[in-house]
Write a protein of this length. Structure first.
Lengths: 289, 157, 277
């Protein structure tokens, strides 16, 4: 009987402790279980839900991993301003402090407000002791290519990039200093001399040829009608010819402006593709191995 | 036999499921019940024949355009490869600038319409399949130029 | 001895019973959110249930509810993913069939009707679902409605025997619709006749007048041996208005048909009482 009682006490103690553990795990909304679920959602790329769960978890007490992951979730969703705020709140004593600073700067870069981003970078006063100094400095110098302000000295600019990257950055720098724009006045003047030439200058070749043919044909029709004493037709074709001639001069100037907008667009696209291809924004920590 | 069959179905479904996962709609914010409709969208363009122009010069211009649209343009079919059409482009150009500049923009637009070779490499597409070419690109104001690369489909407002 | 035995059993399986109670509570909570149309949060709670449900007891039901919630938010691709997961986790043929039908319904709603028809055909050929023919035909009819094939929809509903309302509606729409081919054929012979057919009389008169005018001038130019003038009038004026007449006959017909079809679709969405996609 005593032996049975002894076994009973041992068994009930074990099962009660199991029950108390599983009682803890049975509460789906306990802080630990909220975090487990949030981690799962994060790795499933359900970032909005992960972010909401982590915020819920953080109400029970500060946790730097969760706070950092909220920032990362917002980054993945493209909420760069919110991500920036989350990263800036990471505690200085946290293991995530250094990487949060880098992600904070990256998030501000990605908002597209490059002047503000550069002010933030400069106010951080980063030095070589900072673990991600080179990554941060690369991005800082790169941001100049997106803005319309004076670029730093070429030597200083290129020195912040690796040797493999320097040739391409050199090309970007040269383009920025001296973009191959077309001059609208030149385009207009060329079309004044020969209808359509201004459009050919701005690389709208078929446009230029059709403009030349149209103005030429109308001019010829006007001349031949006047010659044949068909005065009404002569004036009609003259007026149309003058209209197309003036329109072509105007259109050549406009096409130069559009050409310049086009090559700027292509340049910024190349910059963005370069950043993506060279993994400038890839997360440095993989939480979901 | 059935277990093997189910395993085959399972693996085939996973193979087909994976591309669905790639194309799953991303959720970037909380959303609520959607109001989707069974009805088919109205893809037909409807002209704006209104006479609401305060400026007498523009009122006359709009009257002529309304008459042109009703008696000629709506009868001779869809001949302009652009969106907005040349006549509509003329109206918008005059509204944004003045009659002289608007006329020059129109003549240039007409010339570009005649170019049968270069359009596909130059203009983006509108949702109605025409080439998207708004007057804002041609007002000689750098800031109003929003360049869109060719072959992109622009969603009209 | 026996009592000790039962006490030991109780302590062994007690925690398991408690956890099942918690999951059921979570399921009911998620379902309540769904019923309140709080779809985003209901999906979160069903996902939470699935995460903690180690036995997989709720897999099919929760996946189905998640699919329903995504569908209600018109996130159709996500809905299909979860209905497909429900299909994988179906425990019996009834559940499997329901999951497959849900996928078909979402394909109908997003108008990927070819895919819906493919899936319906595979269901029709599946011997496991021989008893479900009427339901398969019912959804096939709906697929044809959304594919704008009202005649086929009417024929398909006739096979269900029971759905006279839908069969008659589809027949009515099919009869009311104008024939695009007929409008184009008559417009080839008499410019403007296609517009008359659809009731656009003024446009028809204008088309006839312009074609008449340019046709007369072109023929007169050729008769007077002004070949160049005749060619220019034919090519730049007469042909332009003739093609315009053909375009308009097609467009007006399609526009009129769109109004007829949308009226029927509006009725089906808001007034028809019965299973809908």
């Amino acid at each position: 009987m005593n032996k049975i009682l002894f076994l009973l006490i041992i068994f009930s103690t074990i099962s009660f402790s199991q029950e108390s553990n599983s009682a803890k795990s049975l509460n789906l909304f306990s802080p630990q279980n909220i975090k487990k679920f949030a981690d799962y959602l994060f790795c499933q790329h359900d970032y909005i839900r992960a972010s909401i769960e982590y915020e819920d978890f953080l109400k029970s007490g500060y946790n730097d991993t969760a706070a950092f992951k909220v920032g990362m979730a917002n980054l993945e969703m493209g909420n760069f301003s919110i991500a920036s705020k989350k990263f800036s709140n990471i505690s200085k004593i946290s293991v995530f402090y250094n990487i949060s600073k880098l992600e904070y700067l990256r998030a501000n870069f990605r908002t597209g407000n490059f002047n503000y981003y550069r002010n933030l970078y400069e106010s951080e006063n980063l030095n070589r002791d900072y673990k991600y100094f080179f990554e941060a400095r690369e991005l800082y110098n790169f941001s100049y290519l997106f803005s319309d302000i004076t670029l730093p000295q070429k030597k200083n600019f290129l020195s912040s990039f690796t040797k493999e990257e320097q040739p391409r950055l050199n090309q970007f720098y040269d383009w920025k200093i001296n973009p191959p724009y077309k001059n609208p006045v030149t385009a207009a003047l060329l079309s004044t001399v020969i209808p359509g030439l201004g459009k050919i200058y701005t690389q709208n070749y078929s446009d230029g040829i059709f403009a030349f043919i149209t103005v030429g044909l109308l001019g010829y029709l006007a001349y031949s009608d006047f010659h044949a004493n068909h005065n009404f037709r002569g004036w009609l074709f003259s007026a149309l010819g003058a209209g197309f001639y003036g329109g072509n001069i105007y259109g050549s100037a406009a096409s130069a402006q559009i050409y310049n907008a086009k090559i700027s667009f292509q340049f910024f696209n190349d910059l963005k593709n370069y950043l993506e291809d060279h993994n400038y924004f890839v997360p440095l920590i993989n939480f979901c191995k | 036999m059935e277990n093997k069959f189910n395993a085959l179905i399972f693996s085939l479904l996973i193979i087909f499921l994976f591309p669905f996962a790639i194309f799953a709609q991303s959720e970037n914010s909380k959303w609520g019940k959607a109001d989707y409709s069974y009805q088919m969208p109205d893809k037909f363009e409807h002209r704006d024949y209104n006479f609401k122009e305060k400026n007498p010069g523009r009122f006359i211009l709009k009257s002529f355009l309304n008459a042109y649209w009703y008696f000629i343009s709506d009868v001779d079919g869809d001949n302009c490869s652009f969106d907005p059409t040349c006549s509509h482009f003329f109206l918008l150009s005059v509204k944004e600038t003045n009659i002289v500049q608007g006329s020059l923009m129109f003549f240039d637009r007409f010339t570009r319409d005649m170019d049968i070779f270069g359009k596909i490499n130059r203009y983006p597409f509108s949702s109605n399949g025409h080439y998207y070419d708004p007057p804002s690109l041609y007002m000689l104001k750098k800031d109003s130029i929003k360049y869109i690369p060719p072959s992109i489909i622009v969603k009209n407002e | 001895m026996k009592s000790i035995f039962f006490i030991l059993i109780f302590f062994a399986i007690g925690p398991e019973i408690f956890s099942q109670g918690v999951l059921e509570k979570q399921f009911n909570y998620a379902k309540k959110l769904y019923n309140e149309e709080n779809y985003f949060d209901s999906i979160t709670e069903f996902k939470r249930l699935l995460f903690f449900d180690s036995t997989g007891k709720y897999k099919y039901t929760a996946d189905n509810y998640i699919g329903d919630a995504y569908k209600a938010g018109s996130k159709f691709s996500n809905a299909i993913i979860y209905y497909t997961l429900a299909e994988i986790n179906a425990q019996n043929f009834n559940d499997l069939f329901k999951a497959k039908i849900n996928i078909i319904r979402v394909n109908i709603l997003r108008r990927t009707t070819n895919r819906a028809l493919q899936l319906l055909d595979s269901l029709n050929n599946d011997r496991r679902f021989l008893s479900e023919k009427k339901e398969i035909y019912y959804w096939k009819g709906w697929t044809y409605i959304f594919a704008d094939e009202w005649h086929k929809a009417s024929e398909t509903f006739a096979l269900t025997d029971s759905n006279k309302t839908l069969q008659e509606l589809c027949e009515k729409v099919d009869k009311e619709k104008y024939s695009v081919i007929f409008a184009q054929i008559i417009s080839h012979f008499i410019p403007g006749s296609g517009q008359f057919y659809t009731g656009n009389y003024l446009s028809g008169i204008l088309s006839l007048a312009w074609n008449g005018l340019w046709g007369y001038l072109a023929v007169k130019a050729f008769i007077d041996n002004r070949i160049f003038d005749g060619f220019m009038i034919t090519n730049f004026l007469w042909l332009r208005f003739y093609n315009g007449n053909l375009q308009n006959s097609k467009n007006f017909t399609e526009e009129k048909n769109l109004k007829i079809v949308n009226k029927a679709l509006k009725y089906l969405q808001y007034d028809y009482v019965g299973a809908k996609p």
